[in-house]
Design a protein around this ligand. Sequence first.
Ligand code: GDD
Ligand code: MN
Length: 381
Amino acid sequence: MSATEISIILPTYNESKNIWSILEHIQKSIPKNLRAETIVIDDNSPDNTAKIAEDYFYSIKEKTSHTINVIKRKAKDGLSSAILNGIQEASGNTIVVMDSDFSHPPHIIPKLLETLKQTQCDIVVASRYVKGGTIQGWPFKRKLMSTVATKIAKIGLGVTPNDPMSGFFAFRKKITDGVKFDAIGYKMLLELLVKTKGVKIEEIPYTFTDREFGSSKLDSSVIFNYCKSVWRLYKYGREVRQDEKRTSVRFLSKAARFFTVGASGLGINYLASMLFTLSSDVWYLHATLMGIVFSITSNFILNKYWTFEDGDFSTKRTLIQYAKFTGFSSIGALVQLGMVYYLVDELNILYPISLILAVGTAAFSNFVLNKRWTFREKVWS
Ligand code: GDD
Ligand code: MN
């Protein structure tokens, strides 16, 4: 008998109403020429999900080469940890991970496998956020949460796919060799992306449909775990970044973070000003001033901690840095003003173009000045 090629990992918790049918659909979707196994990882579901999965396997055993392996764990240890367990048990060199509640349509499996083969990539993500993909049946709140979490992952962790939070993906098992996973919470793909940087990734669209039977296991602990795991992955990324030998990469990565913080400052500036104008006794110019103070302060904290990785918040040091940062911000504003005037008035360059040039120059000089004098780093480092 030839070896197993594909392992499908199917975590379950209380999926008695879905498990039989999803196993049937998966079996029908697997291309006939492939030897596949499905690994069900059940966390002792009180509704007997595991037993139903085993019964299903007995019912087809004689008729097919497709095997089903039901792993029964003692306690509900979470989705990512179930997936990790599945990966460890898998004997195929290609792994597909999906939910068991029909949110991830099994008929996409052949396309995942085909893309993996044809593009010779290492990970294929079934994506809700590429052209042709979408979500059906989620309330606004859940969509918003997903969008925010996705933005955090993309900006904070620098992962490239549009749907790094997908729970539906395929990958070559060998890329996990030697990788140590935390497997906290729900986002196994995110951890895989962060810890296997440099591998080739493709995305294909699909429609996520909210489950019909049973209930979602996503609750506040899942959100808390999400924050915890992003934080850990962020720290992991920072260690890798500090090992980065190329000065150009380190310099550009800091500049990119500095500009990201600057952009976030614009939002905070606007929001804070608007909030202050809500109270009728605040004069709008005072509100604008407060907006400026708020955004400079948040920019300072984010740049200190994130951009320049300075975790020393002792009072004197922090106040001195804050004063310098504010000073340079003001200089930056003056540079911008002066430059716009010069470009428009003396060189007759169009205002929109002049503004872009001036904002760019001011931001860049701000970066260099703060790098050198506020956070006391070499400019080119
Ligand atoms: N073994 C095990 N243990 N399985 C679990 C556990 C657990 O602790 N928690 C959830 N599962 C299983 C469920 O039975 C289901 O098959 C799958 O994991 C997803 O759980 P849901 O509770 O249905 O998650 P969801 O629909 O809210 O979230 C989905 O969307 C996210 C995208 O925003 C999942 O697909 C996530 O993986 C995905 O990231
Ligand atoms: Mn679901």
